[in-house]
Write a protein that binds this ligand. Structure first.
Ligand code: ZN
Length: 275
């Protein structure tokens, strides 16, 4: 792929400004070749209708976001959560997404046991593998920043994601999503990326603002923060990743308040320079 063709803009970047049809129209208007779709929006517009809209407009998909949260210590709850991931995999297959971004789940107040939560996540993923294979959608394990370990993800580092992949032994259908916002701080990130190699199936970029106002919803535009994004891109590429560069910017107070064409214009301007 030549460089311009590797730009992907995650739907969440224009989450508050656009319905799915408005979002796809903005991509087309600005010649953005690829996106990753946000599950809630896809369900709101309808899975079939969304798939048609994407295909009819010739937009590629770099992912479907997200499924997971399977760490409940309650067996029935955990089983229901896995069923929901299976539905998300079906949806991803229906719209033509190559992978489902997988968010493990947090630590439950009922058992206060992070090690057990990690084991349950791993066992749960093993149970999901046959379904992922049957629909041909990869589970992209996404380590998230430890600040949201309690609520979202006990999978916190690339090193841990590699260990899980080793134990799962399903390289054909389980990969790793590298999200710069989640892992940039990790002193072992270089070794983790190198070891992940071809496991890396998804690469998400946004910046960490030095004066961040919200730990989840104040992601920065690449170039506005402290992450060496170009350096990280070079590292994932040196490890063998040659897929899309996905801009994923949750930004309640800034970018969600701007016109879609303005946001995409800034992304186009930053892409290739700072990332
Ligand atoms: Zn991400």
């Amino acid at each position: 792929m030549v460089d311009a063709e590797r730009l992907s803009i995650h739907q969440v970047t224009l989450l508050q400004q656009c319905t799915t049809p408005q979002f796809v129209a903005a991509l087309v208007r600005n010649s953005v070749p690829c996106t990753s779709l946000w599950r809630e929006k896809t369900l709101e517009h309808g899975v079939e209708a969304t798939g048609r809209l994407i295909a009819d407009n010739g937009i590629a998909l770099s992912g479907y976001c997200f499924g997971g949260l399977i760490t409940s210590p309650d067996r029935d709850e955990a089983a229901r959560a896995r069923d929901d991931v299976r539905r998300a995999l079906d949806e991803a297959a229906a719209i033509g997404a190559p992978c489902l971004v997988f968010v493990a789940g947090g630590v439950d107040e009922r058992d206060r046991n992070i090690a057990a939560a990690r084991e349950r996540a791993l066992e749960g993923i093993a149970k999901l593998i046959p379904h992922a294979r049957s629909v041909g959608v990869k589970l992209a394990l996404e380590p998230l920043h430890p600040m949201i370990c309690a609520t979202r993800s006990v999978l916190t580092t690339i090193k841990l994601a590699n260990e899980w992949c080793d134990r799962l032994g399903a390289e054909d259908i389980v990969g790793i999503a590298v999200d710069t916002y989640a892992v940039w701080w990790d002193p072992e990130i270089d070794a983790g990326i190198a070891r992940a190699g071809r496991r890396i199936c998804s690469f998400h970029v946004s910046d960490w603002l030095a004066d961040t106002r919200d730990l989840r919803l104040d992601r920065g535009m690449p170039g506005d923060g402290v992450i060496d994004l170009l350096g990280l891109r070079r590292k994932v590429e040196a490890a063998g990743y040659d897929g899309y560069i996905e801009f994923e910017i949750f930004s309640q107070h800034n970018w969600w308040q701007r016109e879609p064409d303005e946001v995409i214009g800034v992304i186009r301007n930053r892409y290739g320079k700072v990332v």
